[in-house]
Design a protein around this ligand. Structure first.
Ligand code: NAD
Length: 437
């Protein structure tokens, strides 16, 4: 497994749990040192136990030496980052291409080189070219195996996936049969739970990942627009979402309104798909609109907080609950909190924030002026306005009366709809939520 980040580490530990021998190669010295000492450098529920178990069983190891790791490997997974390239929204493939070169130099026997990172159409073929150019003597196949796990529920998603997608090179002399056999064996334990393993062309597998993430992002932008509309016409977006979602053709998931989607995947993958599609001459207008709606939403949410605070936040003390892009992760990449808090800080707000696990990761992303607090109530102390940005479970249990006693103001802007409007009103709050009266 090349790369020991969110995807590489979870995949490696789960593959080891399936009974495979897995060697993880990680170039970041801090991450590697932590992993070797049995510390998990990211926050992901259950991962520490799984890593400890599989290390103890001798099936999971970590190192910096790629030659040692690929020695005898039947499958070599690339799980390095593919962040947006500066400026144009394309996926930056520098890390993927470099990993391919390193793999080529290190390989000795036949192996399948599998792309787990989310990569544009054509990348797996490009990896094959790089490997051939670097080592014309090597016997290998390429495959695409995009990952669909969600941070915060990554192990469950990996162990019980809705489906596994495997792209094979139909142009290989054996039509991809050997690669199919290797990957079939790696995922064999999933056959027991009847998880569908879908084999398809390389290009289709690569595109399926972008199409899936873009569709989910589109659902979120859709419900966010419906939330705005509900507010204007006096409707309730939760009843609307339930009314829509119980229709099996629509589905209930991803119909929760909020401050706009963030995270390490949706923003970059939607943007990358629009670029791929534009270049292929088949623009995806719906996804272009999805991106536009989402960008505008984050700006609008900052405006909503200012408006709720009486038209100005200058000198006002704002308590912020939640910073990460969603609960149960420490990932701050593209979190909605970033553009929102940057704007509030620019406009002179005094920001006191609390997040159960995300504060160390948040610091580099957020304005200097943010003060980090020890608890939700600490953040709320003497606040004029309280803002909910991430729906961590512990925030749901906050009693409105205790919040009211801690705060000096009476404004709450709940961008995740975690509080009961009636209870908030009874506690004397001017309570603003999303898409409901
Ligand atoms: P990450 O940044 O957490 O992890 C990538 C790791 O790879 C880093 O630790 C980095 O140091 C390491 N690395 C880079 N080049 C290396 C090399 N040559 N050798 C060894 N290690 C190297 O990224 P991530 O969130 O795990 O995402 C990885 C890929 O998976 C991306 O393409 C992403 O789009 C995709 N993906 C992510 C998620 C998610 O929820 N995070 C879900 C599905 C797919």
């Amino acid at each position: 497994m090349i790369g020991g980040g969110y995807v590489g580490l979870v995949s490696a530990a789960c593959f080891a749990k399936f009974g495979n021998d897995v060697a993880v190669v990680e170039i970041d010295p801090d991450r590697l040192a932590a992993l070797r000492e049995g510390r998990i450098p990211i926050y992901e529920p259950g991962l520490d136990g799984l890593v400890a178990d599989t290390m103890r069983a001798g099936r999971l190891s970590f190192g910096a030496d790629i030659s040692a790791a690929v020695q005898g490997a039947e499958a070599i997974f690339i799980a390095v980052g593919t962040p947006p390239r500066n400026g144009d929204g394309h996926a930056d493939l520098t890390y993927v291409h470099e990993a391919a070169r390193q793999i080529a130099r290190a390989m000795t026997d036949y192996a399948v080189i599998v792309t787990k990172s989310t990569v544009p159409v054509g990348t797996s073929r490009r990896i094959a070219e790089i490997v051939r150019d670097t080592r014309p003597d090597l016997d290998f196949d390429v495959a695409s195996n995009p990952e669909f796990l969600r941070e915060g529920n990554a192990i469950g998603d990996f162990m019980k996936p809705d489906r596994v997608i495997v792209g094979l090179d139909e142009d290989a002399p054996d039509g991809g049969a050997r690669a199919r056999a290797v990957l079939g064996a790696v995922y064999r334990p999933l056959y027991l739970i009847e998880a569908p393993v879908l084999f398809m062309k390389l290009e289709t597998a690569e595109l399926t990942k972008y199409a899936s993430n873009s569709f989910l992002a589109m659902k979120i932008s859709f419900i966010n627009e419906m939330a705005d509309l509900c507010e204007r016409v006096g409707a309730n977006v939760h009843d609307l979402a339930r009314g829509m979602g119980l229709d099996g053709r629509i589905g209930r998931k991803f119909l929760h309104p909020g401050p706009g989607y963030g995270g390490s995947c949706f923003p970059k993958d939607t943007l990358a798909l629009t670029r791929i599609a534009q270049e292929a001459g088949a623009p995806t207008r719906l996804i272009e609109a999805t991106v536009g709606v989402n960008d505008a939403r984050k700006v609008a949410m900052a405006g909503r907080i200012v408006a709720a605070s009486g038209g100005s936040v200058r000198g006002r003390r704002i308590a912020v609950l939640g910073l990460t892009f969603k609960p149960e992760t420490d990932d701050m990449r593209e979190a909605a909190s970033i553009p929102i808090l940057v704007r509030l800080a620019e406009q002179g707000a005094e920001i006191r924030a609390f997040d159960p696990v995300g504060m160390p990761a948040a610091r580099p992303h957020l304005p200097q002026a943010v003060t980090y607090c020890d608890s939700a109530l600490d953040a709320a102390t003497d606040a004029d306005t309280l803002v909910v940005l991430t729906e961590w479970t512990e925030f749901r249990a906050l009693a409105p009366g205790r919040l009211a006693a801690a705060m000096r103001g009476r404004v709450v802007v709940d961008l995740r709809n975690i509080f009961d409007p009636v209870a908030m009103q009874e506690a004397g709050f001017a309570y603003h939520s999303v898409g409901r009266p």
